[in-house]
Write a protein that binds this ligand. Structure first.
Ligand SMILES: Nc1ncnc2c1ncn2[C@@H]1O[C@H](COP(=O)(O)OP(=O)(O)OP(=O)(O)O)[C@@H](O)[C@H]1O
Ligand SMILES: [Mg+2]
Length: 231
C-alpha cells in the first residue's frame, strides 16, 4: 500500500484539488483507491458524493466525522486490498500534529501557490516537516507542487528561485486552469474529462505520477483511521 499525504496548513493551496485528481487518476487505472478526508470542511467527501455510480470507484473515508458506533469504526477501515491511500488534510493544522499525520506517509505532497503570503507560510510548513515531524530530506518523501502557476509572472520566478534554495524537490508545476474548477464541480478528475480539453493539464501531472510510481509501496497491517472510534 502506498500512503500519499497532501499537506500544507495554508488554506486554498490546492490540497483537495490534488487529492481528488489523484484519487480519480488511480480509480481510472482500476485500482479502487482510498480517499481519506481529514478536513472538517469535508471538501473531498463532498466531491466524492457528486460521483455517479457508473464512475470509477473510489473508497471514501470521512475521518473528520466523530461517531462512536461500531458501524462507524467499520467505515473507517482501509480495505485490505487498497493499493493507494490518499489523505487530504485541513488548513491550519498545528505543527504538533505533523508527526502523526506524516508518520506512515510514503509521499508527502506540499502544494504551494506563487504569492508572497503563500511562500511565507510554505517555508514555515517545510521547516515544521523537517524539524518537528522529523522527515529527513534524504528519505525523499517530501515533494513540492507549485500550483496555479502563470509562468510569465515575476512571483512565479521568485517562487522557483526560492524552491531551488530549499533542497526539496519540486515535482511539478500545475498551471492555473479552469479545468480544475470544473472537475471539482462535477465530481470528476482531469483523467475523466474530455481529453482534448485537458491535454495541457495532463502533461503537468505526468512528473507527479512518475514520482509516485517510482516509490515502492510499503506493506502495512490493516488500520483504523480514527482510533477514538474503535469499538
Ligand atoms: N491549478 C488550479 N487552477 C485553477 N484553480 C485551482 C487550481 N488549484 C486549485 N484551484 C481552485 O482553488 C480553490 C482552492 O483549492 P483547494 O480547495 O484544492 O485548496 P485546499 O488547499 O484544499 O484548501 P483548504 O485549505 O481550504 O482545504 C478551489 O476553488 C480550486 O478549484
Ligand atoms: Mg481542502
Amino acid at each position: 500500500m502506498q500512503r500519499i499525504v497532501i499537506l500544507n496548513p495554508k488554506g486554498g493551496s490546492g490540497k483537495t484539488t490534488i487529492s481528488t485528481n489523484l484519487a480519480s487518476y488511480f480509480a481510472t487505472q482500476g485500482d479502487r483507491p482510498v480517499l481519506i478526508d481529514n478536513d472538517p470542511q469535508g471538501s473531498s467527501s463532498r466531491w466524492l458524493k457528486k460521483r455517479k455510480p457508473h464512475q470509477a470507484f473510489i473508497h471514501g473515508i470521512a475521518a473528520f466525522e466523530r461517531n462512536s458506533s461500531m458501524t462507524r469504526a467499520w467505515q473507517m477501515r482501509i480495505p485490505l486490498e487498497a493499493v493507494h491511500v490518499i489523505v487530504d488534510t485541513p488548513a491550519a493544522i498545528p505543527p504538533q500534529q505533523m508527526p502523526e499525520i506524516t508518520r506512515d506517509a510514503d509521499a508527502i505532497i506540499v502544494p504551494v501557490l506563487p504569492s508572497d503570503i503563500d511562500i511565507h507560510a510554505f517555508s514555515k510548513c517545510i521547516a515544521d516537516l523537517l524539524l518537528i515531524a522529523k522527515v529527513r530530506r534524504d528519505e525523499n518523501r517530501i515533494g513540492v507542487v507549485a500550483n496555479r502557476v502563470r509562468r510569465s509572472t515575476i512571483v512565479y520566478q521568485s517562487l522557483m528561485r526560492f524552491l531551488d534554495t530549499l533542497r526539496i524537490p519540486v515535482i511539478t508545476t500545475l498551471r492555473d486552469s479552469q479545468n480544475y474548477v470544473r472537475a471539482a464541480e462535477l465530481g470528476v478528475g482531469l483523467y475523466e474529462m474530455k481529453n482534448h480539453l485537458v491535454l495541457q493539464d495532463l502533461e503537468d501531472w505526468k512528473p507527479l505520477l512518475k514520482w509516485l510510481n517510482a516509490k515502492a509501496p510499503t506493506w502495512r497491517p490493516i488500520v483504523n483511521e480514527n482510533p477514538e472510534n474503535a469499538a
